[in-house]
Design a protein around this ligand. Structure first.
Ligand SMILES: Nc1ncnc2c1ncn2[C@@H]1O[C@H](COP(=O)(O)OP(=O)(O)OP(=O)(O)O)[C@@H](O)[C@H]1O
Ligand SMILES: [Mg+2]
Length: 479
């Protein structure tokens, strides 16, 4: 668990000022008999909401990312030979990639590393932005080292290096040159440098290829201390990284930003509430944590609305406050997460989601989705995999799919009604039964039937019927 120390300190100071205002308000109201003064002070306290449901904004408590931070810390102190010295963070929208990158940069700066922060863009100008940032970080590093040398050796120390500015040189040459200067300075300062690239999936491929070559040259071949952490959507494996020139990035370490556990979600809710002077009971906390499904952005939304709903800032957040907050948070999720998520998808991806949304089940058989979509399971498998990589659905078991955000189904259903569309006709679609389920049903309704007779009816082998029958009678005998 990592707290953003300076932010927490600031928040704490603000809270102390507010508490002081309440206590002054109390005293004044006792002296003057005017309750409005206390109410005004309390109203200010109520607005010190410790949650930040804004993309890219660091949370008060960075829950569940200890292992990722530990790996980065280990790589930072071990140097270029560490397997995590170049790493990609992968996670769906709102899983906390940007804030984790920021936390890694904070850690690097605290350890004296020069840092470069870039957000990838699909345009070719991304290469220039990257070169510029790398050059300005190595310039800043030169100034830092020079001023340290001046104070030790007197003026004249510290030779100025400049990356070639001519746009006539190829991007490849300029990128390599800028990276080599940064690497030299990083090596000279004895601490190294860290480059972070956010929205990696969105990067211009040619620029990324040049960056990959330069990074490989300086960090892997020359062993100079330039660490790299990128972050992007899981789809980067099929987009940016599918390119042939991307072998370097294809081989580096990955960290998947998994959903927070119920305990981590509860901690991400409880800690900011308590740090801001509030409280929340066990029942309310458990309900709130469960509603987030471990999704960091939803943690911030549920926390934010719970705090806002709490009528008595001096009292605890109640289960009723939380229930109202979940409703508001779900509405925000629809607008801020589901709508943009679906907007980025292909028509067939959407067809799959529409087909899935027709089933009111926690998990759906792939064969049923295929039938509802009017396609074969085989045809849909590539789309299913893409939706899984994008963090929209997951596969809890072989041949089964489900929504990552359970509330997405209701939203899709409403969308379909609004569009006046229906997948697979109106009403509840039929679910198919597997051969195994048909064998069990036939055996139970006709216990005297032979394996061969059931096999003929269901269309399978007598051996298979025997195996399913034995497993079923064992499981039905178990208490
Ligand atoms: N580990 C965490 N614990 C608690 N809250 C978190 C955590 N990680 C992120 N958040 C919160 O979740 C929200 C989304 O975080 P962030 O912007 O980093 O997501 P992202 O993965 O970069 O999303 P996108 O792909 O859309 O850029 C923010 O409000 C942030 O404060
Ligand atoms: Mg982000």
């Amino acid at each position: 668990m990592t707290s953003f120390a300076s932010f927490a300190k600031w928040q704490y100071c603000l809270f102390c000022i507010f508490c002081r205002m309440v206590s002054i308000g109390d005293r004044l109201s006792a002296e003057t008999g005017r309750d409005e003064i206390r109410e005004a002070a309390v109203a200010i306290v109520r607005h010190a909401n410790p949650f930040h449901p804004t993309f890219g904004r660091p949370p008060h408590t960075l829950a569940g990312r200890d292992e990722a931070m530990r790996r980065c810390r280990a790589a930072m102190s071990a140097g270029p030979d560490h397997p995590d010295y170049s790493m990609l963070l992968k996670g769906p929208r709102g899983s906390g990639k940007t804030v984790l990158l920021a936390a890694v940069r904070d850690m690097a700066e605290q350890n004296g590393l020069a840092t470069v922060r870039v957000t990838a863009k699909p345009e070719p100008t991304f290469a220039d932005a990257l070169i510029e940032q790398v050059t300005s970080a190595s310039d800043a590093e030169r100034r830092r080292v020079s001023s340290a040398q001046i104070s030790v050796l007197g003026s004249g120390a510290g030779v100025s290096f400049r990356a070639p500015e001519s746009r006539e040189l190829s991007v490849h040459t300029r990128m390599l040159d800028a990276m080599e200067h940064l690497a030299d300075r990083a090596q000279r300062n004895g601490k190294g440098a860290l480059i972070t690239i956010d929205e990696f999936h969105n990067a211009n491929i040619a620029a990324l290829r040049d960056f990959a070559h330069a990074l490989q040259d300086v960090a892997k071949i020359d062993g100079k201390p330039v660490m790299f952490v990128g972050a992007g959507l899981p789809s980067m494996e099929e987009t940016a990284l599918a390119d042939q020139g991307m072998t370097f990035f294809q081989r580096i370490a990955r960290t998947q930003l998994d959903p927070l556990s119920p305990e981590e979600s509860a901690e991400a809710l409880r800690a900011p509430i308590e740090a801001a002077g509030g409280t929340i009971g066990d029942e309310a906390l458990t309900t709130a944590a469960a509603a987030t499904s471990g999704y960091p952005f939803m943690v911030q939304l549920v926390g934010y609305h719970s705090w806002e709903r709490c009528a008595d800032p001096g009292g605890a957040i109640t289960p009723d406050d939380v229930r109202a907050a979940i409703g508001a948070a779900t509405g925000d999720m629809e607008v801020q997460v589901f709508a943009p998520m679906v907007r980025d998808l292909s028509d067939t991806d959407r067809l799959v989601l529409d087909a899935m949304s027709a089933f009111d089940l926690p998990e759906i058989k792939l064969s049923d989705v295929a039938r509802a979509a009017g396609k074969t399971s085989n045809y849909l498998s590539v789309y299913i995999e893409r939706l899984r990589e994008a963090g929209v659905i997951d596969r809890p078991a072989r041949g089964r799919v489900r929504f990552v955000h359970a509330t997405m189904r209701d939203w899709l259903q409403r969308q379909r009604v609004e569009r006046g569309a229906a997948v697979g006709g109106s009403g509840r679609p039929e679910t198919t039964t597997t051969v195994k389920e048909r064998i069990i049903a036939t055996c139970r309704s006709n216990p005297e039937a032979t394996h061969a007779a059931i096999a003929a009816r269901v269309g399978t082998s007598p051996d298979y019927v025997g195996r399913v029958r034995r497993a079923d009678s064992t499981s039905s005998r178990e208490p």
